[in-house]
Design a protein around this ligand. Structure first.
Ligand SMILES: CC(C)(COP(=O)(O)OP(=O)(O)OC[C@H]1O[C@@H](n2cnc3c(N)ncnc32)[C@H](O)[C@@H]1OP(=O)(O)O)[C@@H](O)C(=O)NCCC(=O)NCCS
Length: 195
């Protein structure tokens, strides 16, 4: 049984982080849920600085306080995913993006890892007093919508985004309820709970 944990990005993960993004490129995968790491592939320390600033950000229209983590597999210490948790929402995020963005590297998909990724993020949301999380995804992104549904996500509405030319679905998850209902189900796959 694979066991996973969230890890705050550090300089020691520079090569692993670059390799993570390169795998998306090689696969031709969409880069959603990687928190713009691609733009910092040649300047990883600046990405770390940005993450540090995100922790202290005052809520505003351009940026909100947020936490980003790597999802790491215990057995081989490999980064298998990422998650970005916005601790509050501004007008833009209410309309697009919501509280959480996530990704799993192409070679590690369809193993149930993103469900663990989201479960661990909900643990963090609970610690920050977030009672209901808002998430969105493209309607055709079944891996994402099924992750949300698996954690108790309820679709509240969908709409056609004419700029992106796609249908977007918005989901909400009751944090306390989801954590309680899924506790036993995921317990064996969690190496460490967020502190
Ligand atoms: C979306 C993504 C995070 C899913 O990660 P994953 O680890 O493969 O997801 P899981 O294995 O935990 O699967 C979650 C559910 O989605 C289903 N699923 C996953 N990928 C799927 C696909 N391509 N098509 C249909 N269903 C899929 C799984 O079967 C599972 O459903 P179940 O609960 O009924 O068993 C991953 O595909 C990814 O990183 N995509 C690129 C970035 C992205 O789209 N991020 C989300 C933006 S909203």
């Amino acid at each position: 049984m694979d066991r996973l944990k969230l890890e705050f990005p550090t300089l020691a993960r520079k090569e692993d982080a670059i390799e993570y993004i390169k795998e998306f490129h090689a696969d031709g995968s969409r880069l959603d849920g990687t928190n713009r790491l691609e733009q910092y592939i040649n300047d990883y320390p600046s990405w770390l600085k940005r993450l540090d600033e995100d922790l202290k950000k005052e809520p505003g229209e351009d940026r909100v306080p947020a936490e980003t983590y790597f999802l790491v597999r215990e057995s081989d210490n490999k980064i298998v995913g990422m998650i970005n948790i916005r601790l509050t929402l501004n007008h833009n995020l209410w309309n697009f993006g919501g509280h959480i963005g996530y990704s799993i590297r192409p070679s590690e998909r369809r193993k149930g890892y993103n469900k663990i990724n989201l479960y661990l993020a909900l643990c963090i949301c609970e610690k920050h007093g977030i009672e209901v999380v808002l998430l969105d995804c493209a309607k055709d992104n079944l891996g994402s919508s099924k992750t949300m549904r698996a954690l108790g996500g309820k679709m509240i509405y969908e709409y056609f985004d004419s700029e992106k030319n796609i249908v977007i679905q918005n989901y909400v998850i009751d944090v306390e309820k989801s954590l309680a209902e899924n506790k036993e189900r995921f317990a064996e796959m969690i190496a460490k709970y967020p502190e």
